[in-house]
Design a protein around this ligand. Sequence first.
Ligand code: BJW
Length: 227
Amino acid sequence: MRVVVLTGAGISAESGVPTFRDADGLWEGHRVEDVATPEAYEAQPSVVQRFYDERRAALDGVEPNAAHQALARLEEALGDDLYLVTQNIDDLHERGGSQRVHHMHGRLRTALCRACRGRSEVHHPLLEFPPCPRCGVPELRPDVVWFGEVPYEMDTIIAELQRCDLFVSVGTSGAVYPAAGFVQYARQHGARTLELNLVPSEGTYFFDEARHGPASRLVPDWVDELT
Ligand code: BJW
């Protein structure tokens, strides 16, 4: 059985990483749709760099939780029949033991050079505007996908959604496309669909089954059932 698991901010919430659209959301009074844009970066690069530098630094103070660890166990059981795609830019899946994680909205630990388009590991705050280790130009931006930009690995994701038997969405509000449309796409191609979220998401209606509660309980229970 081929399984696609999509994760969102809710899976990392119990690790202490703030979500975007819950009451204590990330951008402190700003709608994420207004600030997570290339235009916001053009207007205020230092503000945006500092924000991502702080989030990157905060990763050292958080640990993966039982939900991340359960998905690593699922990978051990299913091998290549599991495709794990996350909207999260944290590294908690990897630190929870998952070997193959597809970050469709990018990663905090890497930078993207606006001059040569090369990627590099981040070793210094990007607020210092260090030179790109590949081309030397000080044009490193966070390697994340903002509104209006195309998410990474879309061709592979679409192929995996077309051929999966089960699509599972964990901890995402269903407010951001294209990820919010994956459930309908997988379903149209014959997959069973399951939502695991704290509360009903905006797309809960599209799922064959929805279970509501904390990811640290729902995900291990579901993985135990499946394996
Ligand atoms: C728990 C829990 C616990 C809490 N246990 N659960 C009009 C209509 C339709 C679409 C559009 C439109 N206008 C524009 C668009 C497109 C636009 C879009 O979707 N806009 C919407 C606002 C409508 N999308 C884009 O622009 C995307 N690009 C695009 O479409 O390109 C075109 C294209 C696509 C495909 C092929 C070819 C071309 C890009 C979107 C980029 C999003 N970027 C961000 C920022 C990334 C960097 C960063 O982290 O700072 O990604 S925005 C932010 O939202 C972030 C997240 O990944 C994303 C999703 O958020 P998520 O993960 O769902 O978090 P929350 O907070 O919303 O929800 C958390 C959930 O967890 C809640 O439900 C809680 O209940 C739950 N929860 N605790 C379980 N313990």
